[in-house]
Design a protein around this ligand. Structure first.
Ligand code: JHZ
Ligand code: ZN
Length: 376
């Protein structure tokens, strides 16, 4: 579906950036499907509010039909810290025991688990939720169901979900219905200026319909009577923001503007750098991490035929294939069992230090690493 109106303000949009069309990133297939259908992967900019978004949207009912992503256990520590952070900020400030929290898009419930451990009373709503919560989309309608069940809540949290929803304005309406008068909302999203600064184009895939900056958010929230009260900058997924908002006015934020031409050149340079490194090694190439990012990376760099297989510790992904390729996903132990010398293409670069520590004997090619090394 072509998106010709801004998802935040309904303004007109112009194309600013294009990648190679890809299949749906989390649409792992049971058989190799090198000719799987591809969808355009273009970004547009709103003429009204400046919001950056996908020019072509695959509906959530297709994207999340058979969704294999599970929040990795590796995230638990960070989420536990976030739970403590929120408890200091909100639980004590409100002075109530068992502050009610709804998490939008909680997946397998790791975060609600951690929130409950620090004394919140929390529940999540997510079509992928099983025992962890309500298996539904959060909409203005299901917000009413939640309100009937639990009353209005003091805190709503949403980590990496506001890029994924079909109708962002309807979600805002739902929040307005569910949130108590003095309640707060805290959400995390990947931050576009960081994505661009790091050249990390592989964060662009169909699941991510929106690419966030603060000004368009301020405008959207104002329409629903909300305002941003605080922004935290996080070193997660190549750079993210944690935004706090509540009913009332917004505080202003300065942020860098994006030079799309320079970004396109950066992506091209990275493609050449990675391909040269892989070619120079002359060994078997194994991708590490059947990430959503891997789909964009492999298709845009044209590595479909260069990668022998992929390893990932998620049981639901093992035995399946990276979308649009014949690259099979195998357990991580395959790496140590097979004796042939190999170079690892780290498609889960966001867990680089952790994964490197587990495999000190292996040689890694890490996308976007140059920038990190320079910064270090
Ligand atoms: P990971 C997903 O992106 C999709 P992905 C989604 N759209 C989103 O917004 C972001 O997350 C937040 C594996 N692994 O988290 C597990 C190992 O095998 O970077 C995962 O399959 N061994 C919702 O898919 C993958 O790597 C390990 O030691 O890009 C990591 O996926 C570790 C640490 C991970 O998300
Ligand atoms: Zn707009």
């Amino acid at each position: 579906m072509i998106v010709d109106r801004c998802r935040m303000c309904l303004g007109g949009v112009d194309k600013v950036f294009s990648l190679t069309p890809t299949p749906i990133a989390n649409g792992f297939t049971k058989q190799p499907e090198p000719y799987a259908v591809r969808f355009p992967l273009d970004l547009t900019r709103c003429r009204g509010c400046g919001h950056i978004q996908l020019g072509y949207a695959v509906p959530g009912s297709v994207l999340f039909k058979d969704y294999k992503y599970r929040t990795p256990e590796a995230e638990r520590k960070r989420l536990a810290e976030q739970a403590i952070h929120l408890s200091v900020k909100y639980k004590h400030a409100l002075g109530i025991d068992k502050v009610k929290v709804v998490e939008i898009g909680g997946n397998n419930g790791i975060f609600t688990d951690e929130l409950n451990k620090v004394g919140f009373w929390s529940v999540c709503i997510d079509p992928a939720a099983q025992e962890s919560g309500l298996p539904k989309w959060f909409t203005s309608k299901t917000a009413l169901t939640l309100r009937d069940l639990f009353g209005r809540v003091k805190l709503i949290v949403a980590n990496n979900v506001f890029s994924h929803v079909d109708d962002l304005r309807n979600v805002m309406l739902g929040i307005d219905r569910l949130l108590d008068d003095d309640g707060a909302v805290v959400f995390e999203v990947q931050y576009l200026p960081d994505l661009v600064a790091g050249g990390r184009f592989d964060m662009i895939y169909h699941e991510h319909k929106d690419y966030h900056t603060l000004k368009p958010w301020g405008r959207l929230l104002r329409k629903y009577g909300f305002g941003i009260t605080e922004v935290e900058y996080l070193d997660v997924h190549g750079g993210s923001i944690r935004v706090h908002f509540r009913r009332g006015p917004s505080i202003d934020h300065d942020e860098p503007s994006v030079n799309w031409q320079a970004f396109a050149q950066r992506v091209e340079d990275e493609k050449n750098r990675v391909k040269a490194l892989l070619d120079a090694s002359g060994e078997q190439i194994v991708a590490y991490g059947a990430t959503a990012k891997a789909c964009t990376l492999i298709h845009h760099f044209g590595l479909q035929k260069r990668i022998a297989y992929c390893v990932d510790y998620t049981p639901e992904k093992q035995g399946l294939y990276i979308p649009g390729t014949a690259i099979k996903i195998l357990p991580v132990e395959t790496l140590t069992q097979s004796k042939s010398s190999k170079v690892i293409f780290l498609t889960a670069w966001n867990y680089a230090s952790e994964i490197r520590a587990k495999h000190r004997d292996l040689e890694f090619v890490v996308p976007f690493e140059k920038e990190e090394r320079l910064a270090a």
